[in-house]
Design a protein around this ligand. Structure first.
Ligand code: MSP
Length: 644
């Protein structure tokens, strides 16, 4: 029976656009999956999307959609991207699928019933208008980071996972499994920054929004997104379902490949969840670095094309996959820039590899009518090439096993470089002039073709099209001669194989011209859209529920210790006097406000701001530059007059 190999990427947030940094993570996992298949493993490769949470709920609302409609649209784009990048995942799990939700609910219930999850009180800073809890460190100048309004200390019922009681077990587990967290430095970070200072119990439910998996035994609570998301690695395999054969076959995972910022969840929360459930631990969590744009982690475009779709369409999939894996030393951070990408394409792919193939095939056509000559007596230079090829295969295997893709590729390119040097050393064009050197010429060309065959097989996990293009030109059929076992002996390519010159593998790029052209491909800088996107349509009935009234400011003062707030006393005619707290202190002084006629939302539910009950809200317009002007009336009318 084949040995199994289960590898996962993180499940991606459906953010509006995945960039080349996200693509890196999937390409790396895909390369590993392809490599293990090449080595004869029964591979299961999982990826997917992490679709719940307050952010998604908000974004959907901004766009006038249901959260499900919103994520469906984005996930369709992610699926297309992985297809374009030829990611060979065996399954794609979405956390909104019933097969996942059911499992998360059962896990939550099980952990609750056995006491690993308990009900307690979550305490934090609460922003009433946004209905959000914030931690001290999330606040901006002590105010809500979303709306800038004051927050207050509040608590709500919530469920907690007992991480604290597993801290010693976790440390001991790390010690007994030195390869569990890779690279080593990430393990030290976890111990020093999170475990040694003391693990706190984790709040694992929320009640302030609904876009999540409901806790089925306590309506109103939804499961914390990370508990939901991490469970994908087993829900996708059918854990706790009617058919758990995949789970039985593939769990524990061999590798969870994740970005460095989420190693924490995968090496603290996830192992504790699994341990509490009585399940085996993944064999390894590998924390890769970030692909940066001139030092800053890629977030949005700043002068380089970072849209993987544009890059693949322009330079071909293989060039992009090669660049990502060659340029990022696994585990460390790498830098993305258009010039670096273009020079790698020219130097490594077009020159080193492309020229080696075209020269080799051209010479076999020219000197041997396209029929691969037999190998004759060997000289030292030939042995050197054979030895290097053998060593390269071995080093490559060791490096690929530990996911050192960049170094593995460096070794392959060393062999390519030596094959190019071998051409110069042996000067086949000179040998061709001397009929007595025909056998020697044949031996040289044979070594080049066979060297290229070995290179092409080693490239199959990384490049999707190039190896096949090489085989077509070398006359190699896919099968025995393109499998891993064929790399064991130098000389498998049969003499007499018909070669056929084809197109250049990678056309050379005029870098200066290309960089100039790329400028027009870059997305135009985003103009701030005044007012933001249009809110969902409402009917007159809904509009008429707003009770707007004219009100005169009769008194006004600053709210102590709140830079942005003024407390207004308003005369609203028949409604009498009202107190309203308004965030306009940066734009109007208290003195300027007295005597002004403003528009009041009179039937807004009162809210407490800095201990003052605010009975409504006054209207103001703001622009994208942050300017604010009060909404007033054209002339004079009685206080309390209705506005509609
Ligand atoms: N949804 C969580 C993961 C849950 S897994 C149970 C998440 N999603 S994410 O979309 O923000 O990130 C997915 C992966 O992409 C992460 O591993 C992250 O590190 C990786 N990358 C995002 N930007 C990246 C770069 N600029 N460079 C390299 N990897 C990047 O986190």
């Amino acid at each position: 029976m084949k040995q199994t190999f289960y590898i996962t990427t993180p499940i991606y947030y459906p953010s509006a656009k995945l960039h080349i940094g996200h693509a890196y993570c999937s390409v790396a996992a895909d390369t590993m999956a392809r490599y293990k298949r090449l080595r004869g493993y029964d591979v299961y490769f999982l990826t997917g999307t992490d679709e719940h949470g307050q952010k998604i709920e908000r974004k959907a609302k901004e766009q006038g959609m249901t959260p499900q409609q919103y994520v469906d649209g984005i996930v369709a784009g992610i699926l297309e991207l992985w297809e374009l990048m030829e990611i060979t995942n065996d399954d794609f799990i979405r956390t909104t699928e019933p097969r996942h939700q059911r499992v998360v609910q059962q896990i939550f219930r099980r952990l609750y019933e056995q006491g690993d999850i308990y009900k307690g009180q979550y305490e934090g800073w609460y922003c009433t208008p946004c209905e959000s809890f914030w931690t001290q460190s999330q606040l901006h100048d002590g105010n809500c980071p979303d709306c800038g309004r004051p927050v207050e200390r509040a608590h709500e019922d919530a469920y907690f996972m007992r991480l604290s009681q597993y801290a010693d077990w976790l440390l001991d587990y790390y010690n007994r499994h030195p390869d569990f967290i890779q690279p080593e430095s990430r393990k030290n970070e976890m111990i020093q920054n999170f475990i040694k200072p003391g693990l706190e119990d984790l709040c694992v439910s929320r009640t302030s929004f609904t876009w999540g998996i409901p806790v089925d035994f306590d309506p109103g609570h939804v499961v914390y997104v990370w508990v939901d998301a991490l469970s994908n690695y087993i829900s996708a395999l059918g854990y706790l379902s009617d058919d758990d054969s995949l789970f039985q076959k593939y769990w524990p995972a061999d590798i969870h490949l994740v970005g460095k910022e989420i190693v924490r969840f995968h090496t603290i929360v996830w192992p504790i969840m699994l341990h509490a459930l009585g399940l085996a631990q993944p064999k390894q969590v590998y924390g890769h670095g970030w692909l940066a744009l001139g030092g800053a982690r890629i977030a949005k475009s700043t002068g380089n094309v970072v849209d993987p779709v544009v890059l693949v369409r322009r330079y071909g999939l293989d060039a992009i996959r090669y660049f990502l894996l060659r340029e990022m030393p696994m585990g460390a951070d790498g830098d993305f820039s258009n010039p670096a990408l273009l020079s790698r394409i020219n130097a490594d792919l077009a020159n080193d590899l492309g020229n080696l193939l075209s020269r080799t095939v051209a010479m076999i056509e020219k000197y041997f009518d396209g029929s691969l000559p037999a190998c004759g007596a060997l000289q030292q230079v030939d042995d050197d090439i054979r030895n290097l090829a053998g060593q390269t295969v071995q080093q490559y295997a060791t490096l690929m096993d530990s996911m050192q893709f960049s170094v593995a590729l460096q070794h392959v390119w060393k062999l390519i470089g030596e094959l190019n040097r071998y051409i110069d050393l042996n000067a086949p064009w000179a040998l061709a002039k001397d009929e007595s050197q025909k056998e020697r010429l044949g031996t040289v060309l044979y070594h080049l073709a066979e060297g290229l065959r070995i290179v092409s097989v080693l490239l199959t996990p990384v490049l999707c099209h190039t190896p096949k293009a090489i085989w077509t030109q070398l006359g190699v059929d896919e099968g025995e001669l393109t499998g891993w076992e064929s790399l064991g002996t130098f000389g498998r390519l049969p003499a007499g194989t018909r070669v056929r010159k084809g197109d250049n593998l990678f056309p050379r790029i005029d870098i200066e011209k290309e960089l100039e052209e790329l400028k027009s491909v870059l997305p135009a800088p985003q103009q701030p859209r005044e007012g933001g996107p249009l809110k969902p349509e409402i009917d007159y009935e809904q509009f008429s529920q707003l009770d707007l009234r004219l009100a005169k400011v009769t008194a006004c003062e600053k709210v102590p210790k709140a830079d942005k707030l003024l407390k207004l006393t308003l005369d609203v005619g028949a409604l009498g006097s009202r107190t309203v707290v308004s965030g306009i202190a940066a734009h109007y002084t208290a003195q300027q406000m007295v005597g002004k006629t403003v528009v009041l939302v009179a039937n807004l539910k009162p809210a407490k701001l800095r201990g003052i009950v605010s009975e409504g809200m006054i209207l103001a317009a703001t622009d994208s530059a942050g300017q604010l002007k009060l909404v007033g009336i054209d002339g004079e009318l009685a206080d309390g007059a209705g506005v509609n």
